[in-house]
Design a protein around this ligand. Structure first.
Ligand SMILES: Nc1ncnc2c1ncn2[C@@H]1O[C@H](COP(=O)(O)OP(=O)(O)OP(=O)(O)O)[C@@H](O)[C@H]1O
Ligand SMILES: CC(=O)N[C@H]1[C@@H]2OC[C@@H](O2)[C@@H](O)[C@@H]1O[C@H](C)C(=O)O
Length: 379
């Protein structure tokens, strides 16, 4: 089957679009990437999404329009990738659209029930592209008491399980998330959770100091030195102490949190703050490994993916903090670091069409397996 996966992640850096061929289902799935590209997320849309995550005043009209605007944007992504591959969108068997997370609050509190919301109207995509669209993968898991995230563990089990080694798949997007696929080959043994911030805090600091979207190659971090007081403060962040499984987002590690740090460390050198925030990304990964994972599974290799895999400082700090684990990137094992999440949603949508559950209970904490997503057929 021909499918396009669309992922617009928490870093708001663009829309990842992967055209794939997918055959079979479950552990017999095979998936091949045909074309991949990342398309811009317009500034105005980024601003609206940030407003939502900050829980700022946003009118119902803005929210409803944003849902349709994102739908148009995702449909354009599908059209462009198909044009690149010289096929018609109507030749696609399905589109798997993650949507843009605009709010993720999987824990109930005094004010809100557990909830999560991804926008990008599937009806718009189906109308513009003339094909079936599967979307809204997270909501049923949250409704079953789960975190609704991370969802990639199922696809990682399908693609990466190896009886000769226990692998950690560490994605470095806006947020970092890890899946441990142990050599037992038993999906019940999978451990997965969000490790904390990956690029989100670094990007926010880069924007503040240098008016840049991110720290290319990790150059600013590598030219700075760690600030011990800030390291100590970050080590005490309450997210680290929460038991796994757990998930987080822009609500916890977004611009507001970073602004409060930058204000308190305004006399420090910009490069030193960036270095320390980059160290924190690597620290969160090593802390969770030694605190929660190593007792259950010893990793042979940690394979990193996502935009942060291009940041040499994160890789350097990770190697220093986890010296006995071999740190690889997806390309080292023949895959594409940037396309991984978009491909994951193709695998999840394929299960939806086969009426098979694909949430991993040990990862999300949901009370039962669920067929993820909603199906919008072509008009
Ligand atoms: N060359 C590079 N050097 C350093 N960092 C980079 C580079 N390219 C991308 N990045 C970082 O990667 C981020 C984007 O990563 P990615 O596209 O994997 O995130 P996402 O999918 O939006 O987020 P998430 O996986 O949390 O939903 C950028 O915001 C930037 O910080
Ligand atoms: C709510 C939400 O959109 N979460 C994303 C985000 O980006 C990374 C991390 O936080 C992960 O929990 C999740 O995405 C991946 C694709 C997942 O569900 O596995």
């Amino acid at each position: 089957m021909l499918s396009v996966g669309i992922m617009s992640g928490t870093s708001l850096d663009g829309v990842d679009v992967a055209l794939c061929e997918i055959l079979g289902s479950g552990t017999d799935t095979s998936v091949r990437l045909i074309e991949f590209d990342t398309y811009d997320l317009p500034q105005a849309i980024q601003e609206k999404v940030r407003q939502c995550a900050a829980n700022e005043f946003i009118r119902p009209a803005d929210l409803s329009s944003l849902n349709f605007e994102l739908g148009e944007l995702f449909a354009d992504g599908v059209k462009q990738i198909c044009q690149k591959a010289r096929i018609e969108t109507t030749e696609l068997d399905f589109v798997a659209s993650h949507g843009q997370t605009i709010y993720h609050h999987p824990f109930p509190n005094n004010e809100y029930v557990a909830n999560t919301m991804q926008l990008g109207e599937s009806g718009v995509i189906a109308a513009r592209c003339g094909c079936t669209v599967i979307s809204d993968f997270r909501v049923i898991d949250v409704a079953l008491g789960g975190q609704g995230a991370p969802l990639v563990p199922y696809s990682e089990y399908v693609v990466y399980a190896d009886k000769n080694k226990s692998r950690g798949l560490q994605n470095l997007g806006g947020i970092g998330n890890i899946t441990i696929v142990p050599n037992t080959m038993d999906s019940n043994d999978i451990v997965a959770f969000d490790t904390g911030p990956a690029n989100m805090m670094i990007d926010s600091a880069m924007k503040h100091y240098f008016q840049k979207n991110y720290d290319k190659g990790g150059e600013s971090a590598l030219s700075g030195e760690f600030i011990p007081q800030l390291q100590a403060e970050l080590k005490g962040h309450p997210y680290l102490k929460l038991p796994i499984p757990k998930s987080t987002g822009r609500e916890m590690f977004g611009d507001d949190y970073v602004a409060s740090i930058l204000e308190r460390y305004k006399s420090s050198k910009a490069e030193d703050v960036v270095a320390t925030l980059t160290w924190f990304t690597a620290y969160c990964i090593s802390y969770h490994y030694y605190e929660y994972v190593e007792k259950i599974h010893t990793l042979d290799e940690l394979i990193i993916s996502g935009g942060g895999s291009h940041n040499k400082a994160i890789r350097k700090y990770l190697s220093e903090l986890m010296p006995e684990v071999s740190i690889l990137v997806q390309e080292d094992i023949g895959f594409n670091s940037d396309a991984k999440e978009a491909i994951a949603f193709v695998i999840l949508a394929n299960e939806t069409l086969h009426k098979q559950p694909s949430n991993v209970l040990s990862a999300t904490g949901a009370s039962k397996p669920a067929i993820l997503g909603k199906i919008q057929y072509a008009p």
